[in-house]
Ligand binder design. Structure first.
Ligand code: ADP
Ligand code: MG
Length: 477
């Protein structure tokens, strides 16, 4: 089958764009775009979200316009088709006819909410304590490839809360990777810039307890106003940060209350920042209408930091604590803890505490002893980092070669085994596995898993390798 006209033209555009952008940028921003139609020199492309459109407009429109004129002709024009909900799209022209998020048609998913609650009589500016920890600010949040998207989205929100298209900002990632820190940094930065804005940070469990208290006392005291008060309170907020929304799973009442608060705030141009340990697609036990709203803005994943970022984090903590620790010790600690910044900090702090308490120098030996005690815990969880280490040890490959771009067969196979094991032994998402194992995308990881499965069926010695490595990973150290 010959490709459509628009596909041919778009493929040619992509080739030029690829030559002009770095590979990561190209893949991130142009990979998910689909060409939809080409009529009278007007190319329509589908972009995953309104944020996408805005980002492309801001960063690539000059280049893209030149490429389009070259491939389509001087009268070339572009139309974006933006997916808002699974089956609802809006069309937008570049620049000019921009539609603000708050004006987008927001479908009414069977709301039984009456208008009266929206009117908040006499309750204007309450002095609400934002519940933010001042340490969790942007200055202390070290930037790395692992958090770049979330951090820059956070900074734009801080500059323009509620008015950017990162609404909601949905931050997700494994434990100890900085979700709470980043979410709070946004709140702190908003407060610094706009002290009059009402900012509130709340953990999902606290929110749930508050709702339950309101709902229960409403029943027992026959006082239906408690739930209304709860909803009204949350409707006063300009920037609402809810941490760990995976905790809402299976809690229908709380989800319902949150759904109404979300709609109200979003429609009023207020900002929502949510964090979760999983991406929206993997959140079980959450209502579909909430999940689809989570995808309205931007989902930003926090990944385990690379070595350089880990080192930069350690250096920054030392500077803040005012202690001098040698580069040798810092780089040893940075190499020992790969997947959890909380653990990384934990080692540094116990090192400092041990040295102070015992009036010792902070030496490499002391660091090694502590790392052995803390990191080599036998119940140590299997992580993508540990799998990579085990595969590299087994085949005698260095991390550099493993993560390099080489297509040598043995190395490709080692990477595929690591991807397969990460998929079967951890709960890490395909895209996160790919990102950690050499910056591959989720399709590459899926392909690797299928290849390894096939080879395990047909090749005994290959199956032996995989089982050996699995045994190493499962045996207590
Ligand atoms: P999560 O909420 O994802 O479990 P946290 O936000 O609690 O993780 O982060 C764990 C610890 O790591 C915190 O002390 C936080 O300050 C620190 N941390 C996380 N990311 C960074 C970063 N990019 N720079 C500096 N410290 C960080
Ligand atoms: Mg947290």
């Amino acid at each position: 089958m010959t490709p459509d006209n628009q596909t041919t033209v778009w493929t040619r555009c992509l080739e030029i764009l690829r030559d002009n952008l770095n590979e990561d940028t190209f893949r991130t921003w142009f990979g998910p775009i689909k060409p939809i139609s080409l009529e009278d020199q007007r190319l329509t492309i589908e972009v995953p979200s309104d944020f996408w459109r805005e980002y492309i407009e801001e960063h690539f429109i000059d280049l893209l316009s030149r490429v389009l004129r070259r491939e389509i002709g001087p009268g070339a024009s572009l139309v974006y088709k933006v997916r808002i909900l699974d089956d609802i799209f809006i069309e937008q022209r570049p620049k000019g006819g921009r539609v603000r998020n708050a004006e987008l048609p927001i479908p009414d998913a069977g709301s039984h909410y009456t208008g009266s609650v929206y009117a908040i009589p006499g309750l204007r500016k309450l002095n609400i304590e934002p519940c933010l920890n001042p340490i969790y600010n942007f200055e202390n949040f070290i930037e790395g490839t692992c958090n770049r998207l979330g951090r820059s989205a956070g900074l734009s929100i801080a500059a323009n809360p509620g008015r950017s298209t990162f609404n909601p900002l949905f931050i997700y990632g494994g434990p100890g990777l900085g979700k709470t820190h980043l979410a709070q940094a946004i709140g702190i930065a908003v407060k610094e810039r706009f002290p009059e804005k009402v900012v509130l940070y709340v953990n999902a469990n606290t929110f749930q307890n508050q709702y339950m208290n309101a709902a229960c006392s409403a029943k027992s005291a026959n006082n239906g106003n408690k739930v209304a008060d709860f909803l009204r309170f949350y409707q006063l907020i300009d920037v609402l940060i809810i941490d760990d929304v995976q905790e809402f799973a299976e809690k229908k009442g709380t989800q319902g209350a949150f759904f109404h608060i979300f709609n109200y705030l979003h429609q009023s141009g207020k900002q929502l920042v949510l964090t979760s340990d999983k991406p929206p697609v993997d959140l079980q036990g959450l209502d579909q209408r909430l999940l689809s709203r989570f995808k309205w803005g931007l989902s930003a994943e926090l990944l385990p930091p690379a070595y350089e970022t880990r080192l930069a984090i350690l250096r920054a903590k030392c500077a803040r604590e005012g202690v001098a620790v040698s580069e040798e010790v810092l780089s040893f600690v940075a190499r020992s803890v790969k997947t959890n910044i909380r653990e990384l900090e934990g080692i540094l702090f116990s090192l400092i505490a041990n040295a102070t308490f015992n009036r010792q120098e902070i030496t490499l030996e002391l660091a090694q002893r502590l790392v052995d005690k803390i990191v080599a815990d036998p119940k140590c969880e299997i992580t993508v980092g540990r799998i990579q280490e085990a595969v590299c040890n087994y085949f005698g490959i260095t991390d550099e070669v493993f993560l390099s771009k080489t297509r040598k067969r043995e190395i490709v196979q080692a990477r595929q085994i690591a991807m397969y094991l990460s998929r079967s032994l951890t709960k890490t998402s395909l895209s996160s596995i790919g990102a950690q194992l050499g910056g591959k995308d989720h399709a590459t990881v899926l392909h690797a898993c299928n290849t390894v499965n096939d080879l395990m069926d047909t090749d005994r010695s290959f199956r032996g390798f995989v089982h050996d490595i699995e045994r190493v990973l499962n045996s207590p150290e």
